[in-house]
Design a protein around this ligand. Structure first.
Ligand code: C2O
Ligand code: CU
Ligand code: CU
Length: 531
């Protein structure tokens, strides 16, 4: 028996039998895509790179200790936006009136409150699969719930996937910002339709800063620029296309990737820059696409930060890899490129162009040799190791139909219950042939290592047979992370300190199609037992 046969024949199949039988019954060809824009045939670099507005508070509210804190009100609504000069306006469901939504600027240790108000139309414009968990028939289409990815927040404000609001409702969330500076992002997390809501436009940035980071004198103000990457398929009428499976009442697709990559909501934009240093804060907000970013002429990125903030020191990176949910903080120096045009690529795709001015510019910013200390958590402080598998269950056509974490579905009882303020090792065994970006809410962690394993020994003999040496994280990953690329047929170990709050949170694959189809599990941080 091959591994695939085992997975097909095994007990896990029962869980997805309905879908498999449905697909057997309809061995229909894939529904044809409507005519799409082909970015390679479009005029590039005609639209300036938009920078999302900074969100303005509507007032203050007293927090639990009677202190006034900034209060924001954000509508979740439908609007139309121009993604390119030659593309008709695109319908979005997003925050405020732009994709990405307005950027929240916060200071470390200073709480804010946000009222998220659902003002969406009642009917979804992307194809809901009512056979998925939490998306059953009879549930309103326009459910939404906001999660701030990477934020340490109490469970009631974390965006529990089932705590959705419908049009006319709002949710008031507290964000204490008791954490180090980082580029976080807010996005939808509604159970079973998350991939559709995010694809429709529900994502925005959330930046935390502090005095120490300010004191480093990194490029700032107009020289600090976010780059939010989202790939889409765009129909020739300008509208987002989300493909469907051949099964009419189970349209879920295993992964969404588009040929058109929007940078800050714009296709093939340009950015006029001065010949000096810039800080770019890059987010992969795509549903499933991994990026491998590079610059013309082999220029390198000076990577200064990762998901949860600054690295100990800058690292030179020629090809920057970002899985869905991951962030990179980089400095680019255009000083030696006066009058040049520099293109940012993702593999063979063109993303955008930097037009460097020919006049000299003054630059008083710095790229310090050391940034922020990232004290290594000692492996010996871990109170336990949780061994968690990532498995793929294929249908009879050998197409992935479902992925599970530790062989369990969302609704099974909570099995991971770390104790507050303890450190654990989570060891992921990826038995699949794909990289899955695994994200834990609430916490930050450090990557210990990745090590190849023999998958059939793991599956048949329930034993771990390592088949190679453990590799440390890449230099650009050697900081605080909240999303880790769990590589195929290997073990990936992370060291996690469960800090902040007790309560229920989730962990999941950040490929949103996987997350929506059972590749998400609850976990609970529990209080230490009283002595
Ligand atoms: Cu970026 Cu649970 O999400
Ligand atoms: Cu998150
Ligand atoms: Cu996945």
């Amino acid at each position: 028996m091959t591994r695939r046969e085992w997975l097909i024949g095994g007990g896990i199949l029962a869980a997805s039998a309905r879908r498999v039988i449905a697909q057997m019954a309809h061995m229909a060809p894939m529904p044809q895509a409507p005519p799409l824009f082909e970015p390679r045939e479009m005029t590039p670099f005609v639209d300036p790179l938009p920078i999302p507005d900074v969100m303005r508070p509507v007032g203050t509210r007293l927090n639990s200790s009677g202190k006034p804190v900034p209060y924001y009100n954000v509508p979740i609504q439908e609007f139309f936006g121009k993604i390119h000069r030659d593309v008709p306006p695109t319908r979005f469901w997003g925050y405020g009136k732009s994709v990405p939504g307005p950027t929240i600027e916060a200071r470390s240790g200073e709480e804010i409150r946000v009222e998220w108000s659902n003002r969406l139309p009642s009917k979804h414009f992307l194809p809901i699969d009512h056979t998925l968990m939490g998306a059953g028939k009879g549930r309103p289409d326009s459910r939404a719930v906001v999660h701030v990815h990477g934020a340490r927040v109490p469970p009631a404000s974390d965006g529990w996937p089932e705590q959705t609001i419908v049009p006319g409702e709002s949710a008031i969330c507290t964000y204490p910002n008791q954490q180090e500076p980082a580029l976080l992002w807010y996005h939808d997390h509604a159970m079973g339709i998350n991939r559709l809501n995010v694809c429709a436009g529900m994502a925005g940035l959330y930046v935390i800063r502090d005095a120490f980071e300010d004191s480093l004198n990194l490029p700032s103000g107009e020289y600090e620029i976010p780059l939010v990457l989202m790939d889409r398929m765009i129909r020739t009428d300008g509208q987002i296309y989300y493909p469907v499976s051949p099964v009419p009442d189970a349209p879920w697709m295993p992964e969404y990737s588009g040929n058109a990559t929007l940078v800050n909501g714009t296709l093939l934009p340009y950015l006029d820059v001065k010949p000096r240093k810039y800080r770019f804060r890059i987010l992969n907000a795509s549903n499933a696409r991994f990026y491998f970013l590079s610059l013309d002429e082999g220029q390198v990125f000076q990577q200064i930060g990762t998901d949860q903030g600054l690295l100990p020191a800058p690292v030179a990176v020629g090809r920057l890899e970002l899985a869905p949910g991951e962030r990179a903080d980089v400095v680019l120096d255009f000083a030696d490129h006066r009058g040049r045009r520099i293109v940012l690529h993702n593999q063979s795709f063109t993303l955008m162009r930097f037009n460097v001015a020919s006049d000299a510019a003054t630059d008083t910013s710095a790229l310090p040799k050391t940034l922020r200390a990232v004290p290594k958590i000692a492996e010996s402080t871990a109170v336990m190791t949780r061994r968690l598998s990532l498995v793929e269950v294929d249908n009879v056509l050998s197409e992935p139909s479902i992925h599970l974490l530790d062989g369990k579905r969302w609704h099974e009882p909570i099995s991971e219950k770390p104790v507050l303020d303890t450190t654990e090792i989570w060891e992921f065994f990826n038995l699949t042939e794909d990289v899955h970006p695994i994200h834990l809410h609430l916490v930050r962690f450090q990557i210990l290592d990745r090590r190849p394993i023999d998958v059939s020994t793991y599956v048949y003999d329930k034993k771990t047979l390592y088949t190679g040496d453990a590799a440390p994280p890449e230099p650009g990953e050697a900081g605080w992370k909240d999303t880790v690329r769990v590589t195929p047929e290997a073990s990936t170990r992370i060291l996690v300190k469960f800090e902040g709050y007790t309560g229920r949170y989730v962990w999941h694959c950040h490929i949103l199609e996987h997350e929506d189809n059972e590749m998400m599990r609850p976990y609970e941080v529990i209080a230490p037992a009283r002595k």
